[in-house]
Design a protein around this ligand. Sequence first.
Ligand code: ASP
Length: 331
Amino acid sequence: MTSPAQHIKVLYTGGTIGMQASANGLAPASGFEARMRAQLDAQPELQVPHWTFLELLPLIDSANMSPAYWQLLREAIVHAVLVDKCDAVLVLHGTDTLAYSAAALSFQLLGLPAPVLFTGAMLPAGAADSDAWENLNGALLALGAGQPAGVQLYFHGELLPPSRCAKIRSFGRHPFRALQRNGGGTAVGALPSQLDYRQPKAQAKVGVLPLVPGFDVRLLQAVLDSGIQALILECFGSGTGPSDNSLFIEALRNARNRGIIVVAITQCHEGGVELDVYEAGARLRDVGVLSGGGMTREAALGKLHGLLGVGLSFDEVRRLVELDLCGELLG
Ligand code: ASP
């Protein structure tokens, strides 16, 4: 169901879109609402829906994004919809971690009855060839045309699913792409009530570790000993790791015995994890590693934060990791 937005809340978190030059380079800057209004007033032919604006504090370069800020953002979005009665939300965000935030918020806003678009810019508003107003106005118009409930990315005229997206380019046009990942999971069916967008969320501790040839198991041990509740293990190909190394396998077995959830995702840009294809993958499964299927790093991180932040049991989190909640495991 899509209906044209009547009242959009614009949430400004910082990012290049509103940055201004400082002595040390581009830095987040306040005052974006007035600049946005002025450029829209100068183009009366653009029929964008009514909007109100909120600057989230602190304004950040999204390189400083954190799970704590995701909570702030989630609360602001829920407040905009439930209290301010906005029927759509537009989040202005730095591009560096935009795909992470959009994915994380997809899992934290399950059931939200309104569309949420994330956008930003590669070049600041006002700079030569800036894409700031193109993205901002395009996103407002897309919401005005009507969007389905839930989170999407809007960038350079494209609407993209956050549970499949990554920033694949650090310059120029179309920096975000929906990766050609496999599915790997079936739909969840009934959503546990704890995952509803109105439920409070706590912060979780999730680690991410890539495997490389010559991987030193002490690194894995150190990450597992750092107090994390879950680890995303970035494996090779369809989900393999150095399983001939008994220390590696033992560390993973111990992780499961200590209640740490380990999820394998692939380092490949396309495809996904299928742990039973190779013996080197099946051994991971045997010691409790879960398959992240075709999940991107962004989706897996957001999903684990979403699941662990609502106090589900270890077994329930493990069950839900391999089921599709919002498109992250559908082919
Ligand atoms: N470093 C900036 C940020 O992520 C880049 C951008 O906005 O495009 O905030």
